[in-house]
Design a protein. Sequence first.
Length: 268
Amino acid sequence: MYGEVVSTETLTPHLIRVVLGGPGLDGLVAPAGADSYVNAFFVPPGAPYEVPFDDDAVRDLPREQRPYPRRYTVRSWDADQQRLTLDFVVHGDVGRAGRWATHARPGDRLQFRGPAGDWTPSPDADSYLFVGDESAFPAIGGALERVPSGRPVVAVLETGSAAGELALSSPGDLSLVWVHRDGAADLDTLLVDAVRGLDPLPGVVDAFVHGEAASTRAVRRHLLETGAVAREHLSCSPYWRRGLDDEQWRAVKGAWTREVEVEGDVPA
Ligand SMILES: Cc1cc2nc3c(=O)[nH]c(=O)nc-3n(C[C@H](O)[C@H](O)[C@H](O)COP(=O)(O)OP(=O)(O)OC[C@H]3O[C@@H](n4cnc5c(N)ncnc54)[C@H](O)[C@@H]3O)c2cc1C
């Protein structure tokens, strides 16, 4: 499956929206959840093939010519217009995917598999807590739109500075808490410190904590240790790791996840 860039939009200094369309999206299965993502493939410059390519044919190429996989959340899918919207974090002139989004022009193609992932805010929860950095804004933006009308929902969102703040809305009773990396002493604790400062949310809290690995780990541990959120109501995922590219991160992610899974148990 592949899409052709229809338009791009700079949402903030950190986020670029890319809208894909075209016949390569025929048959796309509608994303099931707020966090549904595609596994997109970024073709290195000079590679001897173009999108659409045959997965099997590129598998045996030298590493530097094979496509680089990266996961991107489906911000929205308009089945009538056949438009797929992805929001990319751009982090300087680094990153296969970030760079692709920075330079994307109408007609450029992006091949992908998916979507997969089906988390959505539970309609039975009493309140909601969504926490993340820009990589999770697409999922959090979609989750906010799915919160039942009038229910309390708090989103704690990390970005570089005030210029990185997005206009987000929800039918729920929404409080947005922005935290800024600029001037912060410790990036790993920025989000958890903001979460610690929140007033308790009422009743059963459904929580979604996705984004940078160390930051989400700290928030997860805090929420479980304090009992603010029950394990079965917590969706937590380390999307990326500061200082590592995606290949390096995937090489250690399994071990990281196993360590994290045993954290946060409340002592008996
Ligand atoms: C299920 C899932 C859904 C995701 N959805 C999205 C999404 O919708 N939008 C999105 O932008 N990302 C999303 N991500 C995260 C994204 O896949 C990674 O951040 C990926 O590493 C970016 O690839 P890259 O090629 O741009 O950078 P890489 O080549 O992987 O990394 C290059 C450098 O940039 C750093 N870096 C990577 N990501 C970030 C970041 N977010 N902020 C600052 N520095 C960074 C790395 O640590 C490294 O130093 C998602 C991840 C998962 C697992």
